[in-house]
Design a protein around this ligand. Structure first.
Ligand code: SF4
Ligand code: SF4
Length: 371
């Protein structure tokens, strides 16, 4: 294994541990830094950080150790299937229907992250996580390649990157070893400056290349033709992102700093009851308490009412999260907490960070109540 692959493995293992300690949830700045890095240098998140990507890599290696030969997707199918995760992402962003969100409840990437931060996953979620890991024994990164909407989102963010994988045609002998090594099924041997949103910056192509310098990672070298292609891609991306932004602005998602009102006390997010030694509100005097948590885009504020040492209602009074994701979390998390009388509840898959924001705001309100 090349030095760079050892380094990548080490970083992936460290990031797995950091995820378990909720580092990426508590230090949003780390995620912002990764997003900025993606814009300039491509999708390091998938190749170096994502715990579920790491698990697929580990199972892939394990399969090789067992002598299982990796299967490659036939080119004709690959040409079609390569779009699948972008179609899924578009459905989530544009339609956001219950059907798509229902499917996302089985998203192994989100469920695996939830498990790492301490949520209990159901049988179906664990089965899907296990399914893609087993498939990884014979097919590299199956979930990343075709179904991960998060990977698609990162890929599109990095499409205009300045730093990328470059192939020096004067040194390349077209042995196609890079194509075989690429876990994302990219035809590296055909590119000069790699622009595919599928690339996860794993550098396996560089590691296997027998000719030093034929493949490298660095600022794009562009001739006139490449420049024109780059400008065309940049303009298309601008139109695409502009459309999303316009959609969000004119009614799709109301977005940032929106005041959100949840069902009032006495409706779905409320309960009647007497003191319960197992309630997180045990020992807390009757009253309404305010707490803050961190959602996907910033602070979430919740107002928690305690009566007879029971949590009787939860109202989220402020969030910065986008409405479809927030609504998904808010339609389930307050009820779950009230039913369980505990903040130790399952998060909503596909709305993980909004769920965490609400849960932590309730936790914080109860902590404040005890002071
Ligand atoms: S494609 Fe999805 S699961 Fe794969 S590494 Fe990227 S975020 Fe993780
Ligand atoms: S092109 Fe190279 S760096 Fe990109 S995913 Fe394939 S092997 Fe990894």
């Amino acid at each position: 294994m090349e030095k760079i692959q050892k380094l990548r493995f080490t970083v992936q293992a460290i990031c797995l541990v950091l995820t378990v300690t909720s580092f990426f949830i508590n230090f949003k700045i780390a995620m912002i830094a990764i997003a900025v890095l993606t814009v300039f240098a491509g999708v390091f998140y998938c190749g170096w950080i994502c715990p579920y990507g790491f698990m697929q890599d580990l199972f892939g290696k394990f399969g090789s150790l067992l002598g299982i030969k990796k299967i490659k997707m036939p080119s004709s199918l690959q040409r079609i299937l390569v779009f699948s995760r972008y179609v899924l992402l578009a459905l989530v962003l544009l339609i956001g229907s219950n059907f798509v969100f229902g499917l996302m409840a089985f998203d192994p990437h989100a469920n695996f992250l939830n498990m790492l931060v301490g949520s209990v996953a159901g049988f179906a979620a664990i089965s899907v996580i296990a399914f893609f890991l087993i498939v990884s024994l014979l097919f590299e990164r199956p979930f990343c390649n075709y179904l991960c909407s998060e990977g698609a989102r990162y890929g599109l963010r990095g499409i205009l990157r300045i730093f990328t994988i470059k192939r020096d045609q004067s040194l390349c002998v077209n042995c196609k070893k890079c194509d075989k090594a690429c876990p994302m099924n990219i035809k590296v041997s055909k590119a000069t400056n790699l622009r595919s949103p599928q690339c996860i910056n794993c550098f396996q192509c560089i590691s296997v290349c027998p000719f030093k310098g034929a493949l490298s990672f660095g600022p794009m070298s562009t001739d006139e033709k490449e420049k024109r292609k780059y400008i065309a891609i940049a303009l298309s991306a601008l139109v695409l992102f502009g459309s999303f932004a316009a959609y969000n602005f004119f009614g799709g998602k109301k977005g940032v700093s929106e005041e959100v009102t949840t069902p009032a006390a006495g409706e779905s997010n409320s309960v009647q009851g007497g003191g319960d030694a197992f309630s997180d509100a045990h020992g807390i005097a009757d009253g309404t308490y305010i707490g803050e948590g961190v959602g996907f885009k910033g602070t979430t504020v919740a107002q928690v009412t305690v009566k007879n040492q029971m949590i009787t209602s939860i109202e989220v009074t402020q969030t910065r999260d986008d409405k479809p994701w927030f609504d998904r979390a808010n339609s389930a998390i307050p009820d779950s907490i009230i039913q369980a009388q505990s903040t130790d509840i399952d998060l909503v898959s596909g709305a993980t960070y909004s769920s965490i924001g609400i849960r932590d705001a309730v936790k914080n309100a109860l902590e404040n109540a005890r002071q």
